[in-house]
Design a protein around this ligand. Structure first.
Ligand SMILES: C[S@@+](CC[C@H](N)C(=O)[O-])C[C@H]1O[C@@H](n2cnc3c(N)ncnc32)[C@H](O)[C@@H]1O
Length: 475
């Protein structure tokens, strides 16, 4: 989650087909730290917090989180209001446990104190959460040998592993709820076979390089002569690479002020890191310097229904390959995805925008949903916004396009879309069949097939949009 700041995605999954992970199932949860969990002692919140639904109370078919997940947060004064943690189609997620009427101001749903976070600042002096300042520990020298500007993920991975190793540290408890290597979608954990399934050699080679970087860091610093204090943090490279994957896919970057000091910091924030991404999020993060808390807030004016997923925007303006690099997921409706057309054909931008009822400047395109329907469903989505940004256009507001010329340009662009689709070794239907036939496949394999499928779905959507454009041109 790169920054704070904006589609609830229709999920093709049937919830009752979910593969539940061990980390969340009450029946399989066994924490060796159970006895350290103190009774609940929190102030009375404005409305019920952290009350996991009992299975027979649940109004949805999602699996509620293990009760201990809530208890450990209570102990350390995490507060949450009107939400519950459940396992959904994108792993663990945060869901509204009650309706929220649109408010004029943002509204807090979670408060997490600095003490619980694992943080690394870009510049000196380093900031860590107080429990594990590693001065005097040999991991300090390892962290110090890295470049603070570029190696934040390696630094955070070292700190996280150190936190797991510190007796009574909160992260020992919270670690039970983090995804295991099998449950992570990060391509750092992908096999060579998974990378070849991306059908994107560029992305595959970036990920090979990232895997090599993490492995070499481990080899350099976890050689046979290192003290046991270091060795036991990551006995094999896989453990270290998993920690880097956790750091990359769960870290939030924020400017935070502590006293007079403003720091650009990378933070691992428990509970807030359970929020999934959406390009139309209903929540955002806010740092409250007064008492060193991260607030998760509902956007002003946002209507929320009980059971809705609460989401944040991890990265604005980034293509699917960037989401894959860092988080191991992509979207078929990423409004920022780009297709590189190479021909000379161009269509009239303003006409295209008006056909699809898209308003605003390119950086802020938005659309009024439901205005253009195809087959009963709303046609305009993030992929049509992406089309508006990526299709070659010409612009002259006063000069209407000549319909015959405009139609032949749109046709040319459609042909290019079809040509690009034909160059892939598999069709979208074949990709979907692979996904349907392997419901228990590795997460990274599934992410790779989804990525190439999403690219093809975007091409198909652009093709369809160009068809509708020709039909509605000048009407
Ligand atoms: C910060 S964590 C969010 C919590 C996570 N779902 C879990 O189970 O712990 C980020 C990870 O969640 C998943 N994720 C988040 N948003 C997603 C989305 N919109 N689509 C698919 N996967 C998503 C990806 O695996 C990503 O690496």
């Amino acid at each position: 989650m790169a920054s704070s700041s904006s589609l609830p995605l229709p999920h093709p999954f049937l919830f009752n087909n979910l593969q539940h992970s061990n980390r969340l199932r009450p029946a399989t949860f066994t924490s060796k730290f159970q006895s350290n969990v103190a009774p609940l002692t929190v102030d009375s919140p404005p409305f019920p917090i952290f009350q996991p639904l009992q299975p027979n109370q649940s109004t949805s078919q999602l699996e509620p989180a293990d009760p201990d997940f809530y208890k450990i947060g209570f102990v350390r004064s995490v507060r949450a209001y009107g939400i519950e943690f459940k396992e959904g189609p994108d792993g663990f997620g945060v869901y509204a446990s009650k309706d929220v009427q649109p408010l004029r101001r943002p509204r807090v749903i979670m408060e997490i104190p600095l003490e619980l976070m694992t943080t690394v600042s870009k510049k000196l002096p380093w900031m860590f959460f107080p429990d594990i300042v590693p001065i005097g520990h040999p991991i300090f020298d390892i962290i110090n040998s890295t470049n603070p500007e570029t190696d934040w993920d390696l630094r955070l991975a070292c700190l996280l592993l150190l936190a797991f190793d510190q007796e009574d540290n909160f992260w020992q408890l919270y670690g039970d709820f983090l995804p295991s290597a099998d449950e992570c979608t990060s391509l750092l954990l992908a096999s060579e076979e998974d990378l070849s399934e991306l059908q994107d050699e560029n992305l595959a080679s970036i990920m090979r390089e990232q895997q090599r970087r993490a492995r070499e860091f481990w080899e350099r610093n976890w050689h046979s002569a290192v003290p046991l204090k270091i060795k036991r943090l990551a006995r094999d490279p896989e453990r270290f690479i998993w920690a880097v994957a956790i750091a990359q896919s769960r870290c939030i970057n924020m400017q935070m002020r502590v006293g007079a000091l403003v720091q650009d910091a990378n933070l691992l924030i428990p509970y807030a890191d359970m929020l999934n991404h959406s390009f139309q999020p209903n929540c955002f993060f806010h740092w409250r310097p007064k008492d060193r808390m991260l607030e998760v807030m509902i956007n002003a004016g946002q209507q929320i229904k009980r059971g809705d997923e609460m989401t944040v925007n991890y990265m604005n303006g980034q293509m699917n390959n960037k989401f894959m690099e860092r988080y191991g997921f992509s979207s078929s409706v990423n409004p920022w995805d780009v297709i590189n057309f190479s021909g000379n054909a161009r269509i009239h931008l303003e006409s295209f925008l008006s056909v699809f009822n898209i308003s605003g400047l390119p950086e802020e395109y938005y659309h009024n949903t439901g205005r253009l329907s195809s087959g009963g469903e709303s046609f305009v989505d993030g992929a049509v916004l992406a089309a508006a940004r990526t299709v070659p256009t010409w612009s002259d507001k006063d000069l209407p396009p000549i319909p015959s010329l405009e139609k032949s340009s749109a046709k040319e662009l459609q042909e290019e879309c079809q040509q690009m689709l034909a160059e892939y070794p598999t069709t979208p239907e074949e990709d979907q069949e692979i996904l349907d036939s392997m419901p228990e496949s590795r997460k990274t394999f599934e992410a790779a097939i989804n990525y190439r499928l999403h690219r093809k779905l975007l091409l198909e959507k652009i093709n369809q949009a160009l068809e509708i454009y020709q039909e509605r041109l000048l009407f």
